[in-house]
Write a protein that binds this ligand. Structure first.
Ligand code: NDP
Length: 240
C-alpha cells in the first residue's frame, strides 16, 4: 500500500531533503511551498514530486489546497509540518510584524494544516505527524524570541496532540534540528556562523539529509510505539 505524505515547505532546504527521502522510500509525496517557483519547479523536474503552492499561515488556503491534494493523490496518512521562517531581532527592537509573521508561519500553521487531515487520520485509524521544531525552541537564542516561542510551542502542540490521538493509530512526534546548512542558516552573517560552528561538538553544520533520516524513521508503519517524543539532531550542540 502506497501511503501519501504532505511536506510543508517541502521544496527547499530541509523540507526538500525530506520530500526526496520519502519519495525514494516509496511514498507518494506532495511538497508545499509559498512563493519560490524556481525551487518548486526544480524539485518537480528533478525528483518527479508534485508541488502545491499555498500559505500555511492561511487557514482557508490550507483547507482548499489540502482538499485538492487529497483528491489528486489520495488521503494524507503522513504529515510533516516543516515550513518555517525567521525574522530575527532583539526583543527590544522587534516589530509586531516580525513577531506575528513568525508565530503565524511557524506555529499557527500547525493548526491550519494539521486540522485539515486529523479527522481523516482518525477515521482511517492511521497517521504519522512529524513537526519540525528547533534547538532554539529547546534552549532559546538571542534575537529569536519570536522563533523560540513558536518552536517551543511546537513541542507542546506535539505532546498534546499525541495524547489525544494515541488510541487512533496516530503518532505525533517532533524533530528538533540544530544548525543545518540551508538558505535559512546561510543567510546568517559569516562571522556569526563561524561562532556557531565553533560551539558544535561534531565540528560542522548538519546536512538536510541528516534531518530527513529522522523523519523517515518516525513515519514508518513500524514506528507506532513512538509518540509524543522529540528527536534532537544537532551534532551535540544542545549539550555544549
Ligand atoms: P528554508 O528557508 O531553506 O526553506 C523554507 C521552506 O518553507 C521553503 O520551501 C518555503 O517555501 C517554505 N515556506 C516558508 N514560508 C511558508 C509559508 N508561509 N507557506 C508555505 N511554505 C512556506 O528553511 P529550512 O529548510 O532551513 O528550515 C525548514 C524548517 O526547519 C523550518 O521550520 C525551520 O524553522 C526548521 N529548522 C531549520 C534549521 C536550520 O538550521 N536550517 C534548524 C532548526 C530548525 P518557498 O521556497 O516558496 O519560500
Amino acid at each position: 500500500m502506497t501511503r501519501t505524505a504532505l511536506v510543508t515547505g517541502g521544496t527547499r532546504g530541509i523540507g526538500r531533503a525530506i520530500s526526496i527521502a520519502l519519495k525514494e522510500a516509496g511514498y507518494r509525496v506532495a511538497a508545499n511551498y509559498h512563493g519560490n517557483e524556481e525551487a518548486a519547479r526544480r524539485l518537480k523536474e528533478e525528483a518527479g514530486i508534485a508541488v502545491f503552492r499555498f500559505d500555511v499561515a492561511d487557514f482557508a488556503a490550507c483547507r482548499e489546497a489540502i482538499a485538492r491534494i487529497e483528491e489528486e493523490l489520495g488521503p494524507i496518512d503522513i504529515l510533516v509540518n516543516n515550513a518555517g521562517i525567521t525574522r530575527d531581532a532583539t526583543f527590544h527592537r522587534m516589530s509586531p510584524e516580525q513577531w506575528q509573521a513568525v508565530i503565524r508561519t511557524n506555529l499557527d500553521s500547525l493548526f491550519n494544516v494539521t486540522r485539515q487531515v486529523i479527522e481523516g487520520m482518525r477515521a482511517r485509524g492511521f497517521g504519522r505527524i512529524v513537526n519540525i521544531s528547533s534547538i532554539n525552541g529547546q534552549k532559546g537564542q538571542r534575537g529569536q524570541t519570536n522563533y523560540a516561542a513558536a518552536k517551543a510551542g511546537v513541542l507542546g502542540f506535539t505532546k498534546a496532540l499525541a495524547l489525544e490521538n494515541a488510541n487512533k493509530g496516530i503518532t505525533v512526534n517532533a524533530v528538533a534540528p540544530g544548525y543545518i546548512a540551508t538558505d535559512m542558516v546561510m543567510a546568517v552573517p559569516e562571522p556569526i556562523r563561524q561562532k556557531i560552528v565553533a560551539e558544535i561538538p561534531v565540528g560542522r553544520l548538519g546536512e538536510a539529509e541528516e534531518v530527513a533520516r529522522c523523519v523517515l524513521f518516525l513515519v514508518a508503519d513500524e514506528a507506532g510505539w513512538i509518540t509524543g517524543s522529540t528527536l534532537t539532531v544537532n551534532g551535540g550542540h544542545y549539550l555544549a
